[in-house]
Ligand binder design. Sequence first.
Ligand SMILES: [Zn+2]
Length: 305
Amino acid sequence: MRRIFRGVNTEMSPRKIRRIEQVFVSHAQIDHFFGFDLLLRVLVGREQTVHIFGPEGLIDRVCHKLQAYQWNLVDRFLCDLIFDVSEFGSSGLARAARLRLKNAFGEEKREIKALPEGVIYDEPSFQVSAAVLEHRIPCLAFALQERVHVNIWRNRLTEWNLPVGPWLHELKRAVVNGLPDDHTIDIPTSKQQPVRKIPLGELRAVLTVTPGQKIGYVTDAADTVANRQAIVDLVDRADLLFIEAAFAAADAELAKERAHLTTRAAGEVARAAGVKRVEPFHLSPRYQGKEKQMIAEVTAAFSGT
Ligand SMILES: [Zn+2]
């Protein structure tokens, strides 16, 4: 997956981290943001731009993280690492800044992109919307909507004697961007031979195009009427919803005190939004060994039983 939603997963391999182009941060509590340092360590020395989106105050927090290190040797780096950080508030994108390695990550001003209401990021292949939730601090929930879903069939590649490789990303991009059938794609062959150029129209035989999927991501959130409504509006009819289910239904008092959702609340919200599949996560460590029971509570509320 090229994009991640929650700081950086510390189990993510450097190879995968190098492919990250956008990062969506729900909020900066330590369990959701400490992975930034891993991202930084892997990317310093590489020519790369990463867009980081998060709640108001995020630019200062990223600056503080970066300024914790000494950058007196930046002149020796050949490549520039750029972080384009954008803050999203209740009235949309509010502030943007650029922080680059070659400038020792000093803050540079950036224009704010005008986007439709609720949209935090937009590109030809997908769009991400956000909602500001209440968790005693503002906390962002996200919904990613793919424009179309391109599936490439490995067996058909074999039939057509085509290799697997990065050129398939170019193929997908060409399909998503609606390029004409006579647009040619470069396909690397063996080292001795030149690249093959095949028109997009012919390559359509190895793929199928289906409607794009919608994925919701919600953590952390208090169980309030306003939050429930905001989540339902955001993740409406998503194919897949990742949602926090921090506390058991029986511990609703505790959930309220900590401004988190219970298993039941997570299931009810998913049901109200009419999502196809719900994937609960962010269970409190106190339920270790009881994960099955926790998931069963979400499923029961989701299916209305
Ligand atoms: Zn949390």
